[in-house]
Design a protein around this ligand. Structure first.
Ligand code: ADP
Length: 486
């Protein structure tokens, strides 16, 4: 069935500190689906409010850090239960505020639940005190403690799953958290924080500060901040890194997940039907607004015409429309700025390269939404794509059989290393590609949609992030500080 956001109980996001609402500047949150429905109101924090939230969290840390890992794990599991309970409401908000289709919204709620349950289990495994042998007669107790206040800054493209994953990881490790949702999706974040508080996270240990990049910068710059988890663009990740480096005092760890120019290599042994299915899914699902989404398809010339025709044919079948309607494949892009940036890119491609397919956008009552249809652009050279284009635009280049090494080098030269696809029936090709490129997630003979469950480790290297992988066995420990008592 479809979902109705007007039935959702929480349609208000405001900064809170210690459970008390703080001052904020009210702004309506308008749905990207039609450009006019007001989904709710956000009270955006002023910079002073951001400071107050960090200071309140510092007090909250003192109490939260004394909560034993077993109890923290149980609270995380209660958050998962609360999300299960509110699955429909969360999906409705994801559709109305974030333009997320029902398929995407459901997957996202399930991923968030997976994060809570998996990190709950990991809390019991990783943070149990270990006794290690020392010199004769001496015992070393190896333990972890929270670092202090962690600032968690998240993007709009997974406003529930990424937002939740960062926060529960930091809390599980014993930190207090100040979370800043993306400016486009504060309502989902506020709802999630309410559920976390109700599940037992103390008010002071988890603060939410809605606001824009300036508020994020203010949070990052606060002297009491002991760690930052960030997911967003490579450019902003770099800014945060430089801001942290410029601060006096202790070195503050940054866990960053950033962008990618995700590529897929297809050789002549690949199955064209499977390639086309996987490419359409990887490039256009979620309107291409996934960090893992396919941007650059490198297809061997012998099969190129067939593969490109099949992709364009399949793209033509995709339905753009109301994300809360089960028949919809693709919802709007997040806002007018994103749409305009995509339109400018395609306009440039029309003069410089060959646009092979342009889809149609909805008219009628949804015409005022921020729509951008799937496009397929054939490039003369892979070097012509130098930046991440965050939306449903697939770029295709052809390569000659003898040039596989050059193709691999070209992908490496982008400096990004998030996802990579290989379609080939030759094992040696899979191995060569994975060995030569330091890409975080390599997908063989399948789509390159990233973490489909919260427990499939996901994350990149180089310009794509610092690691460790979210949903992986090394994630939680990075949020904590080790201590040895001998
Ligand atoms: P996008 O292009 O997806 O909007 P951004 O990297 O700009 O990606 O945004 C991701 C998150 O980072 C958002 O919550 C945004 O408000 C925040 N942000 C933007 N600029 C800064 C900054 N200078 N310092 C801290 N956070 C920032």
């Amino acid at each position: 069935k479809g979902v109705d956001a007007t039935a959702v109980p929480v349609a208000d996001a405001r900064p809170v500190a210690g459970g008390k609402a703080l001052q904020g500047t009210a702004r309506p949150v308008v749905s990207p689906v039609d450009g006019k429905t007001v989904v709710g109101t956000v009270h955006e924090a002023a910079p002073d409010t951001a400071d107050a939230a960090v200071e309140a969290a510092a007090k909250g840390f003192a109490a939260w850090s004394r909560v034993v890992p077993e109890e923290r794990a149980r609270i995380l599991e209660r958050i998962a239960d609360a999300y299960e309970d509110k699955q429909d409401d969360l999906m409705a908000l994801l559709a109305a505020e974030g333009g997320r289709t029902l398929v995407d919204g459901l997957a996202e709620v399930r991923e968030a639940i997976d994060f809570c349950r998996y990190y709950g289990a990991e809390t019991r495994r990783v943070f149990v005190e270990k006794v290690m042998p020392g010199p004769t007669g001496e015992e070393n107790r190896y333990r972890h403690r929270g670092r202090g206040v962690f600032v968690c800054i998240s993007p709009w493209n997974f406003p529930l799953a990424i937002f939740t994953g960062q926060i529960v990881a930091a809390l599980a490790a014993g930190n207090a958290v100040v979370a800043k949702p993306a400016e486009q999706t504060p309502l989902v974040g506020a709802f999630a924080v309410r559920l976390m508080h109700e599940a037992g996270i103390p008010g002071e240990a988890l603060q939410i500060v809605p606001g824009d990049g300036a508020v994020g910068a203010r949070l990052v710059g606060h002297r009491r901040v002991a760690g930052v988890a960030f997911t967003g663009s490579t450019e902003t990740g770099g800014k945060i890194n430089r801001a942290l480096a410029a601060k006096d005092g202790p070195i503050v760890p940054l866990i960053a997940e950033t962008g990618g120019i995700n590529s897929m290599i297809v050789d002549a042994t690949a199955l064209p039907e499977q390639v086309a299915d996987d490419v359409v899914m990887s490039a256009f699902r979620s309107a291409g607004q996934r960090c893992s989404a396919l941007r650059l398809l490198l297809v061997q010339e012998d099969v190129a015409d067939k593969v490109i025709d099949m992709i364009c044919g399949a793209a033509r079948e995709l339905t753009l429309g109301d994300p809360a309607d089960p028949a919809t494949d693709i919802g709007p892009v997040i806002d007018a700025e994103a749409r305009d940036r995509l339109a400018a890119h395609v306009a440039r491609m029309e003069t410089e390269q060959t646009v092979r397919f342009s889809g149609a956008t909805p008219d009628g009552p949804l015409a005022g939404g921020t729509w951008f249809a799937p496009h397929v652009v054939e490039l003369e050279s892979a070097a012509d794509l130098t930046e991440e284009i965050f939306g449903p635009v697939l770029h295709v280049v052809r390569w000659k059989a003898r040039d596989l090494d050059a193709v691999i080098d070209r992908i490496g030269a982008t400096g990004y290393g998030l996802t990579l696809g290989v379609h080939s029936r030759i094992d040696a090709v899979h191995r060569k590609v994975a060995d030569r490129l330091p890409v975080g997630n390599v997908y063989v003979n399948r789509n390159i949609i990233g973490a489909v469950v919260g427990t499939q480790p996901f994350g990149g290297s180089g310009l794509s992030g610092t690691g460790p992988k979210a949903g992986g066995p090394d994630y939680l420990a990075r949020f904590a500080q080790e201590q040895v008592v001998s």
